[in-house]
Design a protein around this ligand. Structure first.
Ligand code: E4P
Length: 217
């Protein structure tokens, strides 16, 4: 499973990238707003740091506007993936942009039928939003499972990018159910390493080692 980091915070991305955990990055207008930075400037900095795809989202809602904005964003760097909303206009833009060789990420997916349409439009990635479905009492993971089955039934190449991840369990379950990618907030990505028995075991080993009086040299 690939890990994308779901943030526009360059410092957080750098820290995780240095550990080797980052296969790509996803941003959205809210994350750009949170960064407090200019979209072109911050996206360029992220693209220069990361080898994999960096999703940057259009804000136009009509076909022509999405194509225009998508191409402006794609000029930032070769690894830009144009993020488009799951609307009829967004699907049309997805079809046109993928046909021209651009990478696309169709976002705000909340149903298996929407995911089917995105695959038919040639999306590089489909982003089902787990957390937002869980927030309204539905089962986000069930949606990932349905999309996996449908894509496998028909051999669609669109990658399932589990988004709106809130917990470490979301990551584990998305991996078990076969999502290709998880885009994970930095805090959740760091929390994946945590286990109380690891900390306890390390403390015990270090305490015993101190008693030996030895040094590894
Ligand atoms: C990523 O592509 C999405 O924009 C992001 O995961 C949404 O997460 P949220 O529901 O926590 O805002």
């Amino acid at each position: 499973m690939k890990f994308f980091v779901d943030t526009a915070d360059v410092k957080e991305i750098r820290e995780l990238n240095d550990i080797g955990l980052v296969d790509g990055v996803t941003t959205n207008p809210s994350l750009i707003m949170k960064s407090g930075r200019d979209i072109t400037e911050v996206t360029k900095e992220i693209c220069d740091m990361i080898d994999g795809p960096v999703s940057a989202e259009v804000t136009a809602t009509d076909f022509e506007g999405m194509i225009k904005e998508g191409k402006v964003l794609a000029k930032i760097a070769d690894n830009i993936c144009i993020k488009l909303p799951l609307t009829l206009e967004g699907l049309k833009a997805c079809k046109a942009l993928t046909s021209e060789g651009y990478k696309t990420n169709v976002t705000l997916c909340f149903s298996a039928n929407q995911a089917l349409l995105a695959a038919k439009a040639g999306a590089t990635f489909i982003s089902p939003f787990l957390g937002r479905l869980d927030d309204i009492g539905l089962n986000g993971m069930e949606l990932i499972g349905e999309i996996r089955t449908i894509y496998d039934n028909y051999g669609f190449q669109t990658e399932i990018l589990a988004a709106s991840i809130r917990t470490v369990n979301h990551v584990k379950e998305a991996a078990l159910i076969g999502a290709d990618v998880a885009t994970v907030p930095p805090a959740v990505l760091k929390a994946l390493v945590k286990h109380p028995l690891t900390d306890k075991g390390l403390d015990a080993f270090l305490a015993d080692w101190a008693k030996t009086g030895q040094k590894i040299a």
